[in-house]
Every structure is written in C-alpha cells, then in structure tokens.
Write a protein that binds this ligand. Structure first.
Ligand code: HEC
Length: 205
C-alpha cells in the first residue's frame, strides 16, 4: 500500500510537471513528443528550393491543366447578378433555339421533381418525396426575378432542400431553363389575345 501511495504521488508530480506548465514561457527548447509533426520535410509556398532548376518550391500547373470551380469570368451573365442584386431579366438573347434547349434541359433535370408542367408534382412525389415548388405559385413567379431563378439552378433553393446543379448545368443552359420556366408560367396566364393574329384561327373554343 505504501508503494502505491509513493507511485501515486510521483505520478501526480510527473503529470503536473509535464502538463501543468503548458503555455508558460521558457527559454529552453520545447519538449517535442512527435518531432516529425513539428518538423515536416515539406516546402513552404514560395520558399527557395534547390531541387528544381528555377530554385522555386511552387510549381506552375502543367500546360493543359483545366481549373475546377471558378474558371469563368465574373459578370452579370455568369452570376445572374449586377451591383449586388439579382437581374430582373435574362441577359442573353432568347431565341427559339434557346427555348428548345431549355425545354430539353428542363425535362432532364427539373421535371422529375417539378413535373413537366411545372406544378411541383413530379414523379418523385409517387415515391414519397414531398411536392417541389410550384412554378405557377406567386412566390416562384411574381417574386422571383430571372436572376434569382438562375441562382437557384446554380446553388439550390433558399432553404437548401433542393440542391444546386452548378456542376451539371452550364451557364448558357441555366438561362435556357429560366426562359423555358417563364414559358411554362405564361402557358397558364396567357389569354387567346396573346396568340399572334394569323394563328388565332387555329384555335377553337
Ligand atoms: C430532386 C428534386 C428536385 C429537382 C431535380 C429540382 N428541384 Fe427545384 N425544388 C425542389 C424542392 C423540394 C423545392 C422546394 C425547396 C424549398 O422549399 O426549399 C424546390 C424549389 C425550387 C425553386 C424555388 C426556390 C426557392 O428558393 O424557394 C426553384 C426556382 C426551383 N426549385 C427550380 C428548379 C429548377 C430550374 C430545376 C432544374 C434545373 C430544379 N428546380 C430541379 C426539388 C427539386
């Protein structure tokens, strides 16, 4: 029992002398428990290095390297924003070709959840997923500008329930989808008067 007390007290002394003085200043070199963690054989960025002919530790990317992430110019067309606010209108020219591309991309990427008509009751609702946003709702039509729709495709919905499609849908295609969503929305708001005169005869009530 006596030995136990001696060992116990010694242990306390050892623990306090090693751990108890952490953070206090000393002129002596610190105790390095894992010296290879403190001193790693690595090169600091932009330091000198005799291994390479030009003496630099930092290497240039090899030619043909393609940057990941932000390898695009930052302007209203690529961000959907200008002076910190969302663009009101699509900044690219809306052509028949763009609309067709938008329809196709929409069918691939958006219709499984938002449905082909955009009412949010896509096929995923049959598999237990909650309905997605209805593009015919005021919230997603009157209040969301073209830039906001663009941003949603890039980064996902505000609450984060829908994730972003930045890696799958390039900038041009995002605008194409925005244009197509506007067409879907108009399809429910349009009146017979919106149809060009020469085509009105094709409609009968
Ligand atoms: C996997 C299902 C899914 C897919 C695919 C999907 N969405 Fe969504 N989306 C949702 C859900 C769920 C919500 C509602 C999220 C919420 O309330 O935060 C939503 C919300 C939105 C909103 C409203 C955003 C907001 O912040 O309120 C927009 C706009 C939208 N989606 C556009 C799109 C477009 C465009 C595509 C195709 C590129 C797309 N979504 C693809 C599930 C999806």
């Amino acid at each position: 029992m006596r030995y136990f007390f001696i060992v116990y007290i010694l242990l306390i002394v050892v623990v306090i002398s090693v751990a108890g003085f952490r953070g206090s200043h000393s002129r002596r070199p610190p105790l390095e428990v894992f010296p290879d963690m403190d001193r790693q054989p690595k090169l600091h960025p932009q330091s000198e290095n005799s291994f390479f002919a030009n003496g630099l530790s930092s290497r240039k990317p090899i030619s043909g390297t393609i940057a990941r992430g932000r390898n695009f110019e930052v302007n209203p067309e690529t961000t959907g924003m200008e002076y910190g606010s969302y663009l009101e209108n699509i900044p690219v020219k809306v052509t028949g070709e763009l609309m067709e591309r938008g329809r196709q991309r929409y069918e691939i990427y958006c219709s499984p959840c938002h449905s082909s008509v955009g009412d949010g009751k896509g096929i995923t609702t049959q598999y237990g997923m909650m309905p997605s946003s209805n593009f015919h709702d005021a919230k997603n039509f009157f209040e969301m500008t073209d830039g906001q729709l663009f941003k949603t495709i890039e980064v996902g919905s505000k609450s984060g329930v829908m994730s972003g499609y930045a890696s799958d849908i390039p900038v041009q295609d995002r605008w194409a989808i925005v244009a197509y969503i506007r067409a879907l929305q108009l399809s429910r708001l349009g009146t017979p008067e919106d149809v060009p005169g020469e085509m009105q005869s094709q409609f009968s009530n």
